[in-house]
Design a protein around this ligand. Sequence first.
Ligand code: AP5
Length: 213
Amino acid sequence: MNIILLGPPGAGKGTQAVRLSELYSIPHISTGDIFRENLKQGTELGVKAKEYMDKGLLVPDQVVIDIVADRLSREDCDGGFILDGFPRTIAQADALGDVLAARGLALDHVLNFSVPDEVLVRRISGRRTCSRCDRNYHVEFDPPEVEGRCDSCGGELYQRDDDKEEAVRRRLEEYREKTEPLIQYYQERGLLVDIDGDRPMEEVMASIRRVLG
Ligand code: AP5
């Protein structure tokens, strides 16, 4: 099963992708996570991506396309994959189409999460991430058992730099301008399925499972 999770920042793509990846035993490929992991390791890519991420801007297309093309060529993607946060521009979507076609693959579904802006802002401002294993929490909707500590590994929780107010505003603008056109793009290809993301996590998961079977 080859799936894209599309939607604005804070819509719940990452949250659902982690669960879907376990359920269907296919890799969860998050371009944001790849950049954050590179930053943690101090690679050139991580440092370069941070310049854009902290301002709430998209990383240049060619950088992202090369990373995803490389990731999709790995064996663990042969049985399917979940793309979270990619593509985010028409150029990225075209490039993905070419990469998949060259390997005789096609997309099965593009799940488009819709959530009102005020809910997105509330979700993003309350998000906390584990500094060790990257698991996400929410101070109100999905709190850890011990405040500030990850339930899975005990790592310290932190707030992402790009979850601060100014960067969030810019991320939403980037989404409207550059990513939202992908809704029509995938609608025209008969792949788009709308998911109401403004519901409890379990209900969102149930509606995704009804689509995926
Ligand atoms: P990325 O890491 O992809 O961030 P994003 O798309 O902005 O998405 P988020 O991670 O903010 O939100 P999400 O939808 O995954 O929500 P989550 O599940 O965490 O990208 C970061 C940056 O990297 C970009 O700005 C850009 O600079 C760069 N980048 C990445 N990909 C790129 C690309 N393709 N091209 C160019 N640049 C790229 O949920 C949010 C919170 O809400 C959590 O706390 C969660 O616990 C909570 N929550 C989730 N679901 C629910 C629910 N149903 N009810 C209540 N709370 C919920």
